[in-house]
Ligand binder design. Structure first.
Ligand code: PMV
Length: 330
């Protein structure tokens, strides 16, 4: 009744921002992402009949704020297993939590894989992707490694809103650098931020109606391994999402001054210095630069030089969520 899983965060190049249904957590836009390798979440789930309620420890400390979301996701798996047994969940991230580094993506992907095994369900990846989506939309994509795309779907029951693998990590081994400009937890979480944008941003309808075109262009670029085309559509899609956020009321400005300096520097590297690199930014102040492995040292040095950049993390592309030895340190 216990299992441990590891999942890595994914970085969306075509973003999910906005829900078409909040109960089932259905995205209004499709998305496309890359799964990292050096950053990870490890989660051990143990179902124990002696427990009166679920327990959650995040990085060694109890986390009552996140427990309700975790319990709701576990309920979906318990329901399939015909079980009402409570669980002890121990989870650890080797990177800052809730600061725009997609800890909910790796967290819920690891949770469903560990809970599935602990309950002996052996569900297929697509079903696990749907279940992870209920916890966090972006988590559906961390079930897969390399490049994954996620459909917005049209069905009201959400059964067509799952992620699918596009390319394995080894098929186009890009690198990702993360310029950490802030370690603080973001003030508005993605769920509340998306709802605010949906209800108040005048740009939201245009964002939703243009999403399929961006997704198709990015899928074509990935299939063709066309870096310049992927760079163009990814930066456009990222800035469009932030325009939607910033035009919300009250405004959602996730950037710090250093965030903007990183964006300018990455554009200068590409446009003036001939370095293949592009940026993306999620609901936080960190900037992610995507580049071929050969450009990592140039891009890392340029980002580390920017005042306000506290450190630069480097990652390749990695595998999807998977079971690890139960004894592996959590
Ligand atoms: O899955 P959530 O609720 O953490 O939302 C993810 C939102 C973005 O990171 C900004 C975009 C994305 O597609 O990952």
């Amino acid at each position: 009744m216990a299992a441990t899983a590891q999942a890595q965060p994914n970085i969306a190049l075509i973003k999910y921002w906005g829900k078409r249904d909040t109960t089932l957590n259905l995205p209004a836009t499709g998305s496309l992402s890359i799964t990292l390798d050096t950053l990870w979440t490890r989660t051990r789930v143990e179902f124990d009949k002696s427990l009166r309620h679920d327990e959650l420890r995040l990085n060694g400390a109890e986390d009552p704020a996140t427990l309700a979301r975790v319990s709701a996701c576990l309920d979906l798996l318990r329901h399939r297993a015909g079980s009402t047994t409570c669980a002890r969940v121990d989870t650890r991230n080797n990177f800052p939590t809730a600061a725009g580094l997609a800890s909910s993506a790796s967290g819920f992907a690891a949770l469903v894989v560990a809970a599935d095994a602990a309950l002996g369900l052996a569900l297929d990846r697509r079903t696990l992707s749907v279940l992870a989506r209920r916890g966090s939309g972006s988590a559906a994509r961390s079930l897969f490694g390399g490049f994954a795309s996620m459909a917005a779907g049209q069905r009201e029951d959400g059964e067509d809103a799952f992620a699918e693998p596009l390319l394995d990590a080894a098929e186009w081994p890009l690198a990702v650098l993360i310029a950490v400009t802030s370690h603080s937890r973001k003030s508005v979480g993605s769920g509340a931020g998306m709802e605010s944008s949906r209800h108040t941003s005048p740009f939201y309808p245009a964002w939703v109606s243009s999403a399929a075109t961006d997704l198709a262009a990015a899928r074509d670029a990935v299939r063709a391994r066309d870096f310049a085309a992927l760079a163009e559509v990814s930066e456009h899609n990222c800035l469009k999402m932030h325009a939607v956020m910033q035009a919300s009321r009250p405004p959602l400005v996730y950037w710090s001054g250093a965030t903007v300096d990183c964006l300018q520097r990455i554009r200068a590297l590409r446009e003036r210095e001939g370095v293949e690199a592009f940026f993306t930014v999620d609901a936080g102040a960190q900037v992610k630069a995507v580049c071929p492995p050969g450009a990592v040292s140039r891009v890392a040095a340029a980002l580390a030089d920017i005042p306000g950049v506290e450190r630069v993390l480097t990652s390749g592309l990695g595998e999807g969520a998977r079971l690890v030895d139960d004894g592996e340190a959590v």
